[in-house]
Every structure is written in C-alpha cells, then in structure tokens.
Design a protein around this ligand. Structure first.
Ligand SMILES: NC(=O)c1ccc[n+]([C@@H]2O[C@H](COP(=O)([O-])OP(=O)(O)OC[C@H]3O[C@@H](n4cnc5c(N)ncnc54)[C@H](OP(=O)(O)O)[C@@H]3O)[C@@H](O)[C@H]2O)c1
Length: 344
C-alpha cells in the first residue's frame, strides 16, 4: 500500500518540481493531490505522465492525507502547516516559517537524516533555505575530517529563488531592454536584467539581510552550533542555479588534494575541478541536475588551515523539491511514515 501525498503550492516553481521528482523517484504513492490558491482551481499540472487538476487549499480536507509537501510561502505555512499536521499528515515545510523552531527538525538528508525522527512534536519537518542546503552538503564531509571553525560565503543566487514572479521579471526586463522599452521593477528592489542586487530578503537591525542570517543560523542548527559563518547574499540574472564562493577555516590541517578526494566520495556531491578554462561548473550546467557540484578547490594560505571552493546546485531541485522528497524517503526508510486506512 502506498501513501496519499498532497503538494501545496503545486503551480509554483518548487511545487511543480516536487511533483516531477515524486514521479521520477517512484515515491510509493497511492494518490497525489495538487493544491494551490483559489486562483488556480482546476489548473492542470503534471505528475509523471499524468495530469492533475489543482484543488483549493481552503476547501481541502486533509484527514486522509499521509504526507503533505508545503511550498506556498511563509504566511500560508504559518497558518496551514500546524492545521494539516493536526489532521495527522506529516508536513514537510519548504518555507522559512518553522525552520528555527526547536520542536521542528531542519533536515538535509546527506547531513542529518536521523533528525527526521524529531517530527513527532509538531508533525512538521522543515526544509532549509536553498543556499544553506547546497552549502552544508559540501561542508559536512570536510567538517568530519578537519573540523570547521569559520566560513565566509558570497552567494550568486538565481531569480527562480524568488518564485515564478522572479523569473518573469528577469524575462520581462531583458525583453524590454532589447526592444528599447521602459524597464519595470516590481519583484526586485532594483533592475535585475544585466545587473545584480546585493540584497535578498529584508534588512535586519545589524545590517545583514534575512537571507544572510538564515544561512548563519540554519548551518549551525543542521551541522554544528560552534561553526561561525558570515555571508553576503547576492541576486544575479541567472534563471536557475545558485552559486557560492566559499572560504573555510579549519581546526586541523587539510590539503586541497585531500578535500577533493573526500568530496569525490561524499553523498550528493560531484567534483568537477580541472585547472583549465572551463574546468569548473556553472549554474547553467547544474540546472535540472540533482547534485551539489564543487569546483575550484584550493588552499587559502591567508589563514592557518584554509580552503576555498566554488559550489553550484539547482535551487529548485536540491535547494527545495529534491531535498523535501529525500526527507520523505528518509521517513519511509526508517518506518516513520504510516499510511492511514482509507475507504476502498
Ligand atoms: N524557489 C526556491 O529556490 C526555493 C527554495 C527553497 C524554498 N523555497 C520556498 O518554497 C515556497 C514556494 O516557492 P516557489 O519558488 O515555488 O514560489 P512560487 O513559484 O511563487 O509559487 C508559489 C505557490 O504557492 C501557491 N500559493 C500562494 N498563495 C497561496 C494560498 N493563499 N493558498 C494556497 N496556495 C498558495 C501558489 O499558487 P497560485 O499559483 O494559485 O498562486 C503557487 O503554487 C516559498 O515558501 C519559498 O520560500 C523556494
């Protein structure tokens, strides 16, 4: 017997990927329900070679749903994730709403899969921020080897990280510029076409943005509270794929060759690192792929035990939908996801 799975936010960038990945990985489903806002009632979305018609969140009865993948933004998650969990479904929540709640596990299966068992307190498991996920996948095996003290990250984040409105804005502005029309700025605070923006999410009191704060606190929660991390998060005119320039300082010595070997055998990681033109990965190549790609691994001699590298992943897949489905698989593999009895 399979599970009844609901995908909330099924018309969105992440929701569509979730449906695709559930089908690709043959997650054991009996039924999949696509749910979105009232605007999308009846809109068709693909699940493998099938087509599902979207239902409306506020009218949906979750009482026979086993697993709910939530991907409709923080406000919807704030209201709905606890209500859906109270009806007995395990909720895997993609928004930032529940990530730092001490009663909600924050999980990247390559790093802390066993934390899924903590879902019982609230019935919710949180999926981390897209740029945190790829970072911790890369950091975990290096931390195990040489113990990380401090990380400095600069991100280059694609517009799809801001949802379908973000992709539409880059598309619209690029077309407007080529046809000499006025460029409208709606979704992003400045023009994104042929530009970049050193602000993602709102400013905090200390001058960091909330996106930067999320990377700091989420990395500590998932990997190790002792790790110090500072970040500068930048939106770039790329449709899909987040990139990161990462500098790491370790307690113990580690060479670039050792790091390359460790990363080559690390789960979820692919190393592409030839010291020649094009011998590295770009977001264009990572789009549509599952791995976290690492390139440009080198020793950073400005600190005692330092490494620098380049890290790229598809933010809609490993940064969101794939990680959520892997969390669901971790629950299934541990016998923690029960299928409810349903009328035949
Ligand atoms: N994009 C990423 O890289 C990424 C990574 C990690 C996490 N996330 C998180 O994932 C979530 C979705 O992101 P996205 O990129 O897929 O956004 P998106 O493309 O803008 O899609 C938003 C989805 O939410 C639905 N929705 C909005 N308001 C709703 C409501 N009141 N009731 C029911 N459904 C509602 C939309 O339905 P309609 O089409 O009917 O409006 C749509 O399906 C966000 O919380 C985001 O922070 C995104």
């Amino acid at each position: 017997m399979g599970y009844k799975v609901a995908v909330v936010g099924a018309t969105g960038n992440v929701g569509r990927e979730m449906l695709g990945i559930l089908a690709e990985r043959q997650f054991p489903v009996d039924e999949v329900v696509a749910i979105a806002s009232r605007r999308s009632m009846g809109v068709e979305v693909s699940f493998g070679d099938r087509t599902l018609k979207c239902k409306t969140l506020e009218h949906y009865d979750f009482s026979d749903v086993d697993l709910c993948l939530m991907s409709a933004g923080g406000a919807v998650s704030k209201d709905w994730s606890p209500k859906i969990a109270a009806q007995g479904a395990v909720v895997i929540d993609n928004s930032s709403q529940w990530r730092m709640d001490p009663d909600v596990p924050l999980v990247v299966p390559e790093v802390n899969a066993d934390a899924v068992s903590g879902f019982r307190k609230k019935g919710i498991i949180a999926n981390p921020n897209c740029s945190t996920i790829q970072l911790v996948v890369a950091l975990k095996p290096l931390h195990d080897k040489a113990k990380i003290k401090r990380v400095v990250v600069a991100t280059y984040q694609s517009v799809s990280g801001a949802g379908k409105d973000g992709m539409d804005e880059l598309d619209r502005q690029t077309k407007a510029l080529y046809s000499l029309q006025e460029v409208e700025e709606k979704k992003f605070p400045k023009r994104i076409a042929f530009n970049l923006i050193p602000q993602i999410d709102v400013f905090m009191e200390d001058g960091f943005t909330k996106e930067e704060w999320k990377m700091m606190v989420e990395t500590k929660k998932i990997l190790d509270p002792k790790i110090k991390l500072t970040a500068t998060c930048v939106r770039v005119p790329v449709f899909i794929g987040h990139s990161e320039a990462v500098n790491v300082e370790f307690e113990k010595p580690i060479t670039a060759d050792e790091a390359r070997d460790i990363l080559r055998s690390a789960p979820g990681v692919v190393v592409i690192d030839k010291r020649e033109p094009g011998g590295y990965i770009t977001p264009h190549e990572a789009a549509g792929e599952d791995a976290t790609y690492i390139s440009r691994i080198r020793e950073d001699i400005t600190v005692e035990n330092g490494l620098a590298f380049w890290c790229v992943s598809d933010n809609l897949r490993k940064g969101a939908a794939l990680n959520a489905v892997q969390i669901a698989e971790a629950l299934v593999n541990r016998g923690l996801l029960q299928a409810k009895k349903r009328a035949a």
